[in-house]
Design a protein around this ligand. Sequence first.
Ligand SMILES: Nc1nc2c(ncn2[C@@H]2O[C@H](COP(=O)(O)OP(=O)(O)OP(=O)(O)O)[C@@H](O)[C@H]2O)c(=O)[nH]1
Ligand SMILES: [Mg+2]
Length: 229
Amino acid sequence: MSREDPVKHRTAALVGNPNAGKSALFNALTGARQKIANYPGVTVERKAGRMALPGGDTIELIDLPGSYSFDAASPDEEVTRKVVQGEFASEPAPDVIVLVLDAANLEQHLVFAQEVLELGRPTVVALNMVDLAERDGLTLDAGALSEALGVPVIPTVAVRRKGLSELTAAIAEAEAQGDGESHKRWHITLPERRLAAKHMARGAICRSRPATLSKMALIGSCSIRGSAP
Ligand SMILES: Nc1nc2c(ncn2[C@@H]2O[C@H](COP(=O)(O)OP(=O)(O)OP(=O)(O)O)[C@@H](O)[C@H]2O)c(=O)[nH]1
Ligand SMILES: [Mg+2]
């Protein structure tokens, strides 16, 4: 049963690179409660659904098109930028951004992640595809990544519905807290962002298989924790 606030329409939006698993998470979190429409003035679909929060409330979850940058190149990317920056008159900026990262391609996904975090909005990271990262012999330190990004990081496997209750709890908490002051300052230029992404990925990934360990020393202070839930 919904105890939705009748005054304020609360929303969370799934944001991230293409193929991070946003739609898989969207489907897992909203089930059959989905509504498809169009954004005004463009042919890009607006996919939204109701997601249950742990306390029994619901929030609208929006599945945004994948994006590599807010310097939008395609109409899809333009929609993502406009939604998260609250530029559609019909749609206020989401209350919470759910930033979806592919754990198996972490360094690449951390480049756009910095642009999203630069917005300073309440954000939760879904560190998705940890199953694929583990298949590749990687163990992830979600705590180290959370420290580097300054936001909660929840390991998930969207296609196996793993980590979903932890993710919805983190979304509820971020929504309740609203805008904080503790957001980090991020680099502005693309080369700086790429370098920062490399450092953050190295700090959050441990090579866990003996075969790869011999080739590569453990990097940073990775403590081998935060693997698949
Ligand atoms: N193994 C595994 N596969 C996943 C996981 N999450 C998503 N996938 C698969 O990854 C592929 C891409 O997932 P999508 O959900 O379509 O990715 P997306 O972020 O919505 O992509 P765009 O809409 O193009 O931005 C699909 O084949 C999913 O089934 C996961 O946690 N583990
Ligand atoms: Mg999608």
